[in-house]
Design a binder for this molecule. Structure first.
Ligand SMILES: [Zn+2]
Length: 381
């Protein structure tokens, strides 16, 4: 027996209910019987053409990958392995344009809700002649659009719907390692998947090596500056905090904003209490009620220091920030998370460089691996 939605074949998850066999592995997404026929939406579409609105031209390297993706996507899965800040979204624009022209269904799926809303906005500006629909928690009434931008959780609504499924950061929580979400993504797509990531995990690398998937690499940011390499301070906790405060005072003098990452919500609250006495600061975690407001105030530079959990780890660009990570050796941070957090630095052409600081009691394998990976990308031709 095989679940038609999440592709589970483990018999322990199949139960016999009043309407027949059903899969309990993905039952959280509404019960579905194994015998149920799943339907495609099959809405009629017309070819759409229009002028893409981009404020800046793509670099030669970006353009090359963008064109190759559009050329190959009908025949194979693709992995774009590009460093943080390389402009991954820009590299899929040709694919989206092609889908619109050829009346193909294209979906942009992302693990995190916050990023879904951001990408929707960006795509709506770039493609002003189409309807870009976001589907995520709080936005589930309208499922119709020329392009859909959805959380990976919402893909359960679709069956063999998409000719192209763009999976942004498949190595991010909660998609990473989640078999059910992976299965759901596969059944939602009838064509090919385009993976976008700066930190491909073992699973994707395996897929690239085993299956019908080609990889394009981009190890340079568009402005050509190297990736920032963090300064790693290994010291007892107390010293780390003193070092951090001195560093932050220096940053305040330079008028540089800082994101301070801490591993847990509890530590975020403690750090906020302490730092709020010295700096104009805000705090952000998954439980913060007015997240968008707090973040906007930081973006508008009303606060200098943002103390955050991994909620700000990915997908976010804030002009000119530096990054400090307290307890960088905490096991909650894997190599990818560290790369992503430091990847918030130096993204914009106006602030192409910046500083990163890792504070830890001891150097962990992940800290070392992160620094090595960044150096390798910088040394690549
Ligand atoms: Zn299932």
């Amino acid at each position: 027996m095989k679940c038609p939605r999440c592709l589970n074949e483990d018999p322990r998850f199949f139960y016999y209910g009043s309407k027949g066999w059903y899969c309990r592995k993905c039952v959280q997404f509404k019960r579905i019987c194994v015998e149920d026929e799943r339907n495609q939406m099959n809405d009629v579409r017309f070819p759409i053409e229009g002028q893409i609105q981009l404020k800046y031209p793509l670099t030669k390297a970006q353009k090359e990958i963008a064109e190759k993706c559009a050329e190959y996507i009908d025949h194979t899965n693709i992995l774009i392995n590009a460093v943080t800040g390389a402009g991954k979204t820009e590299m899929v624009l040709n694919v989206i344009e092609k889908c619109l022209k050829e009346r193909k269904r294209c979906c942009f799926a992302i693990a995190r809700r916050q990023v879904v809303l951001q990408i929707r906005e960006r795509l709506a500006l770039i493609f002003p002649f189409i309807k870009v629909t976001a589907i995520c928690e709080g936005y589930t009434q309208d499922l119709v659009g020329d392009i859909l931008v959805v959380t990976t959780h919402q893909l359960y609504r679709f069956y063999k719907e998409f000719d192209v499924l763009i999976l942004d950061e498949p190595d991010a929580f909660p998609f990473k390692g989640n078999e059910t979400l992976h299965g759901i993504a596969k059944t939602a797509c009838k064509g090919h998947i385009l993976y976008l990531t700066a930190t491909p995990d073992r699973e994707i690398i395996k897929e690239v090596s085993l299956s019908n998937c080609i990889e394009f690499k981009l190890l340079k940011r568009p402005h050509g500056y190297p990736l920032p390499i963090p300064t790693v301070i290994v010291a007892p906790k107390f010293i780390c905090w003193i070092y951090l405060i001195c560093w932050l005072l220096k940053k305040r003098k330079e008028k540089t904003q800082v994101i301070l990452f801490v591993p847990t919500i509890k530590k975020m609250k403690i750090a906020y209490k302490m730092m709020n006495k010295i700096f104009k600061c805000c705090a952000l975690c998954s439980k913060t009620e007015n997240k968008e407001e707090v973040l906007n105030q930081f973006i508008q530079k009303k606060t200098n220091l943002c103390i955050a959990t991994t909620i700000l780890e990915r997908g976010i660009t804030i002009e000119g920030v530096d990054v400090a990570i307290m307890d960088a050796d905490d096991p909650i941070y894997d190599e990818a998370a560290l790369i992503q957090m430091i990847g918030r630095v130096g993204r914009s052409i106006h602030h192409p460089s910046g500083e990163g600081l890792f504070l830890c009691k001891r150097t962990s394998r992940n800290v070392k691996a992160c620094v090595t990976r960044l150096k390798e990308a910088n040394d690549a031709p």
